[in-house]
Design a protein around this ligand. Structure first.
Ligand code: AMP
Length: 378
């Protein structure tokens, strides 16, 4: 859904139900952790009024609330020019202060608020922010309660405004203006998916050359770790030599690093990742926080006899240590038991493109190219 405020258009990005669920989760944590303490909630006006009201309704112990005011926004960009706080007159000694903020953007405003509240000698200060922009956040203090992380875009609604309008909206809307969101061109992410031996590596190489993309193969990254005999490599080896999967946390750490390293590129082809639904969910979250998303998944379909034949052929030409008949069988089994479900996950998002992987290599890559070009023209 698109709305217009003044001269700008905004698209619905966070529905009100998701906001309310996030507020409930934050209230649950606060109720569990701060029950029995002498708590003063301090809401930062104007933006936090709606969040503060919704959260405070859900607080199940006796507590006070105060509102302080402070103007740092002029138009759509944070000025970094923070003025003095007004409205906090209570004695805070011995109290637990929970600062309620709608959004932490650069973090400069929050740092000044914490400094000024600290002068009133509270026992402790905690920070609760409905929204946090991790990409824009420059400060080194922790936010104790976070509703959700969002990309570095300009948003309105649920207390947040664009030049005075939009505060009454119960959902959150994102500006459709790329310049305002600091997006020049989004990095596109393509997934090359399929069982071992289906041609993921071969097709990845063709696509990255044709479109000048970056190849990110978790199998290749792991083999490098094995070669250097790193601690990570030693752990991975145990799983790879049995045809099983390397634990998700190792894989996700590796991928997150690579995604950060490839920020300025046109696009990335992910080969051999994600291999579990958990990995897929984590990847979606990671990309969402950076304002990227998966553009398409290409699932190569190849008959099992052909897979085994190809992998045994590869073994003959000095292939990989895991290309033995025994490990091949196990890898195919792992694919069927665990990895195949990932295709269903992306099918539900309408991103799955099934490709017949049995034919000629160039024909297969033409099929993939057609989809990539259609997406690029959108
Ligand atoms: P590949 O080169 O993609 O066939 O990967 C070789 C081996 O590395 C696999 O059999 C797994 O043991 C491991 N591996 C590669 N990617 C992943 C991943 N995304 N998750 C878990 N294990 C992986």
């Amino acid at each position: 859904m698109r709305i217009k405020l003044h001269d700008k258009e905004f698209d619905l990005t966070i529905p009100s139900k998701r906001i309310q669920d996030a507020v409930q989760d934050m209230a649950d944590d606060i109720n569990a952790q701060l029950f029995g303490k002498d708590v003063v909630f301090v809401a930062i006006l104007n933006g936090a009024f709606m969040f503060a009201a919704d959260l405070f309704k859900r607080i199940e112990f006796n507590a006070q609330i105060s509102f302080i005011k402070f103007a740092s926004y002029e138009g759509t960009k944070s000025t970094g020019n923070v003025k003095k706080l007004i409205g906090l007159n209570e004695d805070l000694s011995g109290k637990t202060v929970v600062i309620l903020e709608d959004i932490i953007d650069s973090g400069i405003t929050m740092e000044k608020i914490v400094d000024q509240i600290n002068e009133l000698n509270p026992e402790e200060i905690r920070i609760a922010s409905l929204l946090v922009k991790p990409d824009a956040f420059m400060k080194n203090y922790s936010v104790d309660y976070i509703g959700m992380e969002i990309p570095n875009d300009f948003i309105v609604g649920y207390g947040l405004d664009y030049d005075g309008l939009g505060r009454n909206l119960t959902a959150i809307y994102t500006s459709s203006d790329a310049e305002q969101n600091n997006i020049i061109e989004k990095v596109k992410y393509f997934l090359l998916f399929g069982p071992p031996g289906s041609g993921k590596g071969t097709q990845s190489k063709k696509i990255i050359e044709k479109y000048n993309l970056v190849h990110l193969s978790t199998g290749d990254l792991l083999r490098k770790e094995l070669e250097s005999n790193s601690r990570l490599g030693q752990i991975a080896k145990k799983h790879m030599n049995k045809g099983g999967l390397v634990p998700d946390d190792i894989i996700l750490g590796m991928v997150a690093k690579e995604i950060d390293a490839n920020k300025g590129t046109k696009g990335v082809v992910l080969d051999g990742f994600p291999r579990t639904v958990e990995q897929a969910k984590s990847l979606d979250k990671l990309l969402f926080n950076k304002n990227y998303e998966i553009s398409a998944m290409f699932a190569l379909d190849v008959e099992e006899d052909e897979l085994v034949k190809r992998l045994l052929e590869r073994a003959k030409i000095g292939g990989r240590v895991d290309d033995t008949p025994e490990i091949i069988t196990k890898r195919i089994q792992t694919y069927k038991m665990t990895t195949a479900k990932v295709a269903e996950y992306y099918n539900e998002q309408g991103k799955l493109h099934e490709i017949n992987g049995m034919g000629d290599i160039d024909n297969i890559s033409d099929e993939i190219s057609k989809v990539i070009e259609a997406i690029s023209q959108k």
